[in-house]
Structures are given as structure tokens and as C-alpha cells.
Design a protein around this ligand. Structure first.
Ligand code: MOS
Length: 662
């Protein structure tokens, strides 16, 4: 719309606005466009792609280097050297991308399900050349986000510009077919993995060299080696990414956007190494577990990956596994395979401010920076508020995802509950302290000088450790007020002071996984059973057990749901999901959910999850780390390893489909 060149297939070149969707679609269908064809490249495998070495936002995404692994791997008695591939994959949430934009007295109000209300506000202000304080973004709930709505997409700007042009509110919904070209997706990637080991299985060095897709006009960094470099105790390691510029829209974030494919590659390679060593793949992983962070040398804040592997093996019945491929068959000849893989995901903390108001009638208003996209952050907030304030969920009003309460930092990278619980607990502590002071001032001497941390709010009463208590309504009435407030910032160790100002502007301000004194990750171990009919070798995941360590569990139901969802993401990524590149015209061919196959009920049999629930009190005073994304890290690797065990076929690309096994 701003220049005659079309940068990629599916780019928006015009927008029709009408009274009804039908009229708008009719108008759009009548737009006639003529193009001059230009050469282009859309496949990672080559054919016109331009390699961009180190085209990363340096120094934020440096290569990860410890020593020089190549000669150590060359000299190792046992090694693997293999390349793995993952297809581009697209989000397909039930809720379509949709915006309502409205101008009132020169100010813009945008209603859209987003993970990043503050960033959307900033982006709109810049793109529309208006002051930031003239934009408000409102996003109380999102029906599926998972990275797709962490960046600003073209349709949001179009709706806002169109509403300004026509002087009326405009609603714009991106049809399913256009999602494939109008917003972010998981990039196609290639992973060259090398691991060397001694005869006992101890790793002597590792290498993880990535080629990942980006667009011609923008850079989407790939940081998958950040996690693969830290999951095992590598004596030497080299991780590096080359971005490959292709003529598509810019890829973006999709549920463990880098770790999903990186751990498919690494964990497949570890499985290949275990076979060469004639070692049990669980034992090989336990043997090589990192004791300290290989890259920084720092301690891990907590790390229970070995417990995840051992607990999973015990519950899955791993000791009954026969090592040789094709050795476990059902009576009818069905091939059975058992596979294992580990996963990890960085633990981050982002700037968040909690403001709590407790009213005399027991009701509580709570605002904080967070976005509810179905992952359950409202449930986690309610759980922390109940613990810290004794307030039942139906007495709690939560205001999140609205830029009238900044900072609404992007809720991504599994930061939601782990981040917001920190300021909520602190603000609640201050609120209890204020209540104790008020009580003391009004003649309750027992409340004078008490440590707020020792107080409890239960049933509308403030309790002291000695058994004394006083009703909140009485405390407030004696003080002649009708509410009490508590506010706090939740920062992370080493968080820069300017992080809050940056976040309030809409910029990203992540802390982690490396902190001043420690390094923090969430961990998982997946155990998978695959069955394959030898005649029509379509792999079926018949059983999946995942055991995770993400510190303290704040909300069991939503955390377990995140894990179940992660397993399903893993099944889809491993077995069905691929955005098929169109080499004739660019873009993606299967832009509908009939042909872009996500895992559905028939693909999902028995799923089991277990949460270690071991608080990581070095990571934060709450002890909770992220669960959403770690849940699918390694899942595709475990499935690929189970397929190898069932069939004897090592498939080094995702997805793995029936044609690969014939
Ligand atoms: Mo995260 S990529 O926002 O699920």
C-alpha cells in the first residue's frame, strides 16, 4: 500500500471497507491487480535464498561458545554428525485474528486479543504518527495466542488507519486462509548437530549449527542454541545460527518457537548416540546432566531434570523396554516403539507492577501486566491472591491486558504466572502491613510493629501468629476509610532500573535465563509409545507421559492443562503440521485447516502429565517458573525416537508422515 513492490505472496495490497462483511468481500473481489514477476526464493533448501551470516541483533544474540569442540569430537571414539530439518508451521487458533478500531476525539481505542497490549499501543502510535497517550489497547481475553499475537500484525494497523479514514469504528477479521500470510509463523529450520563421547558415554563436545528462515526485509533471530548449549554438561560447545532471507512474511514466535525444533534435533542425535554406545537413552542423559551452566559457569537456580527422567521412566515402565528396534510387537504384528527425550526452556522475569485495593466489604480489585490467552494466568493470579489475601476468586476483580494499567509487557516466553505472582505477593504483603499499622494506631496494641510476612488474611480478618485477629472492616471503619491499597514492582535480580520505563513504553525487557548469580530453566522429560501398522505405517502416539520441573505449581489445573496442550502441540509438530511452500508463486499452499493438519482427537490417545512442584526460591521468592512452552520442548524428539524404535527408520525431518515410513 505504501510502495509498488510486493514483498511476499499474501501481503496486503488493498483494504475494502463496507457496511457489511459481505459487501466488503464483494468489493475486495473486484479489485484487479497486475504484477510484473520478479525472481524470488521461498525454500530454505536453497534456490535463490540469500544467506545472511550473523544477521542477528548483536550483541544480544551472540554465538554460544565454550572452548573448541570440533577437534574433541573428531578425536572422540563415538560420535554422531547429522542434520535435521523442520518445516514451517502456522498457528491455527479457533479465534480468528480480529480488531475493532475506534477513534474518539483524536484518540484511538483498539479492541484486539493480543499478548502485548503495550507494544501494540507503541506500534500504533509510531505507525499512525500520533502521541502514545492517544492510544489505548484493550485485551481482557484472547482465544489462543501462543506467540502469534506477541507482535503487531498488519491487520491491526489497517483497521486503525481505515477507521480514521472513514470516521467510524471499523472491525477487521483476518480470514483463515489469510492467516497463513498475514501474521507470524514458526520458521523452517535446519540443524547440524555433532556430539562426541568417550566409550562410557560421557560427552566430550557438542555443536549445534542452525540455518533458520527470516524474511528479506526483517530479521527474526533464532536462539535455539541458548537452551541446547545448557541442557548437558558439555566440556566444549559451539552454537551458532545463520539466518536465510526468504521472500515470505517475517516468521515469528510459535510456542517454544526455537526450542521445539532445536530439541527435536538434539534429542534425536542423543538417541542416535545412545544406540552407537549400546547405552540406555535415559541413562545416557542422566550421565551427561549439567551440574553447572556450561556457558557461564554459574549455578542453576534449581534443576531437577534427572528426577524428571527417573520418575518418568519408573511410571512409564521403561525398564520393560527391549533395546533393539522392531523388537516390541503386538500379536497382530503392530510395531511398538518407546522413545524418550528431555527438554528445557529459559525462565524469564519481565517487569510487572501489581496494584491491589481491598474494600471494606471484602472485595478486591487487582491490576497487573498480563494477558489471558487461555493459558490460565487469571487462575494463577486468583490463586496467589487467595493465598496472600484470603480472598475467594468471586470477590476478586482482575484488570489485565489493558493499557490504562501499564506496563502491559508482552506475555510470552512462558513468563505470565511466574512473573506476575512476584509483585502480587509483594503488594499483598504491603497491604497487610498497612492494615496492621492501622489496627495498631486504633488501639490494637498487639498489631504494633508486627512483621507483615508473619500475618495472614483469612475470612476477611487479619491474623497474627499469636492467634490474635481483627476484621478488615473494623480496621478500616476505625480508621475512617473504606479501602486499603498495596502496590509493588516485581523485579528480577540484575534487572536494569530502566526496564520498567522501557516496559511502560511497550518495549521488551526480559531478564533471564542468565541472572547475576545463577541461570534458570524449566525442565521436562517425555516418554512416548508409538504404534505403527506395518502395512500402512502411519505412526500413532498411543501413550505419552511428561514429567516437568518448573518450580512451584501456582495453579494445578491450568498448569496441567498447559502440559497437556504442550503434548498435543508436540504430536502435531512431530506428525502432521507443515506449511507447504509453493515454489511456483511463493507463499504457503495448504492455507486451510483441512490441509494444514493439527493434531485432533483421533491423533491423541492417552496423555499423562506429572508436575514435580519443587519451588525454585532462588529464581524468585514465589518459586514458580514458566510451564507453557517447556511442555512441548523435546516432545517431537521423543516421538521421533519412538518411531525409530518401532520401525528401525531414523527420520531426520519434521513432520514424520506415513510416506516417510513406507
Ligand atoms: Mo510464546 S511463542 O508467546 O507461546
Amino acid at each position: 500500500m505504501q510502495a509498488p513492490e510486493v514483498l511476499y505472496r499474501g501481503e496486503c495490497i488493498a483494504l475494502a471497507v463496507a457496511e457489511t462483511p459481505e459487501a466488503a468481500q464483494e468489493a475486495a473481489s473486484r479489485v484487479r491487480v497486475s504484477y510484473d514477476a520478479q525472481p524470488f526464493a521461498v525454500e530454505l533448501s536453497g534456490k535463490g535464498g540469500v544467506e545472511v551470516v550473523q544477521a542477528k541483533a548483536m550483541p544480544y544474540f551472540p554465538d554460544l561458545v565454550k572452548g573448541d569442540p570440533a577437534p574433541l569430537i573428531d578425536a572422540a571414539p563415538v560420535s554422531v554428525d547429522a542434520t535435521y530439518y523442520s518445516a514451517a508451521q502456522h498457528h491455527n487458533p479457533l479465534e480468528m485474528l480480529s480488531t475493532v478500531a475506534e477513534w474518539r476525539d483524536g484518540s484511538l481505542i483498539v479492541h484486539e486479543g493480543t499478548q502485548a497490549a503495550q507494544a501494540m499501543k507503541l506500534g500504533l502510535a509510531i505507525a499512525l504518527s500520533i502521541p502514545e497517550d492517544k492510544v489505548r489497547v484493550i485485551s481482557p481475553y484472547v482465544g489462543g495466542a501462543f506467540g502469534q499475537r506477541g507482535s503487531i500484525s498488519p491487520h491491526t494497523l489497517l483497521a486503525a488507519a481505515a477507521a480514521r479514514r472513514v470516521g467510524r469504528p471499523v472491525k477487521l477479521t483476518v480470514p483463515r486462509a489469510q492467516i497463513f500470510h498475514a501474521t507470524s509463523f514458526r520458521a523452517a529450520t535446519e540443524h547440524h548437530i555433532r556430539i562426541g563421547a568417550d566409550r562410557d558415554g560421557r560427552f566430550v563436545g557438542g555443536m549445534h549449527l542452525v540455518r533458520s528462515q527470516t524474511s528479506r526485509f526483517d530479521l527474526m533471530p533464532y536462539t535455539g542454541e541458548e537452551t541446547t548449549s545448557r541442557i548437558y554438561g558439555w566440556p566444549a560447545f559451539r552454537g551458532a545460527t545463520t539466518l536465510v532471507q526468504l521472500d515470505t512474511q517475517t516468521p515469528g514466535f510459535m510456542r517454544a518457537p526455537m526450542e521445539m525444533a532445536s530439541f527435536f534435533a538434539l534429542e534425536s542425535a542423543v538417541d542416535e548416540l545412545a544406540e552407537k554406545l549400546s547405552m540406555d537413552p535415559v541413562a545416557l542423559r542422566v550421565l551427561n546432566d549439567a551440574k553447572t551452566d556450561p556457558i557461564s559457569g554459574k549455578l542453576f537456580s534449581s534443576r531437577n531434570l534427572v528426577q524428571c527422567l527417573q520418575r518418568g521412566a519408573e511410571r512409564f515402565g521403561w525398564s520393560r523396554r527391549k533395546a533393539a528396534p522392531r523388537s516390541m510387537q503386538l500379536d497382530d504384528g503392530t510395531l511398538v516403539g518407546w522413545g524418550v527425550a528431555a527438554g528445557a526452556y529459559p525462565a524469564y522475569i519481565t517487569p510487572a507492577i501489581a496494584r491491589i485495593r481491598m474494600h471494606a466489604n471484602g472485595r478486591v480489585d487487582l491490576s497487573v501486566g498480563a494477558h489471558e490467552m487461555g493459558q490460565g494466568v487469571r487462575s494463577a493470579i486468583a490463586a496467589v491472591a487467595e493465598e496472600e489475601l484470603g480472598v475467594p476468586a468471586d470477590h476478586l476483580r482482575i484488570l489485565i491486558g489493558d493499557t490504562i494499567v501499564p506496563p502491559q509487557h508482552v506475555t510470552a516466553g512462558s513468563t505470565g504466572a511466574a512473573t506476575v505472582s512476584i509483585p502480587i505477593a509483594k503488594a499483598a504483603l504491603r497491604l497487610r502491613g498497612t492494615l496492621a499499622e492501622l489496627a495498631a494506631t486504633n488501639g490494637r496494641a498487639a498489631f504494633a510493629g508486627v512483621d507483615p510476612a508473619a500475618t495472614r488474611l483469612r475470612g476477611g480478618r487479619l491474623h497474627l501468629p499469636g492467634g490474635e485477629s481483627e476484621g478488615v472492616a473494623n480496621i478500616l471503619a476505625s480508621a475512617g476509610i473504606d479501602h486499603v491499597d498495596g502496590e509493588a514492582n516485581g523485579s528480577a535480580p540484575g534487572m536494569k532500573p530502566e526496564a520498567f520505563a522501557q516496559a511502560a513504553l511497550g518495549k521488551v525487557a526480559f531478564s533471564g535465563p542468565e541472572f547475576p548469580t545463577h541461570v534458570s530453566f524449566s525442565y521436562i522429560a517425555h516418554f512416548v509409545e508409538i504404534q505403527v501398522d506395518p502395512l500402512v505405517p502411519r505412526p500413532r502416539v498411543t501413550r505419552m507421559l511428561s514429567v516437568a520441573d518448573f518450580g512451584r505449581v501456582l495453579s494445578r489445573r491450568t498448569a496441567e492443562s498447559q502440559m497437556l496442550g504442550g503434548q498435543v502441540w508436540g504430536i502435531g509438530a512431530a506428525l502432521t503440521e507443515a506449511s507447504e511452500v509453493d515454489p511456483r508463486f511463493g507463499g504457503f499452499l495448504n492455507n486451510n485447516i483441512a490441509e494444514y493438519q493439527i493434531a485432533v482427537n483421533a491423533d491423541v490417545r492417552s496423555l499423562e502429565v506429572e508436575l514435580l512442584d519443587a519451588p525454585d526460591l532462588t529464581f524468585s521468592e514465589i518459586g514458580a517458573k514458566g510451564v507453557g512452552e517447556v511442555a512441548c520442548v523435546g516432545a517431537a524428539g521423543a516421538i521421533a525416537n519412538a518411531i525409530y524404535h518401532a520401525t528401525g527408520k531414523r527420520i531426520r525431518h519434521l513432520p514424520i508422515r506415513v510416506e516417510d515410513l513406507i
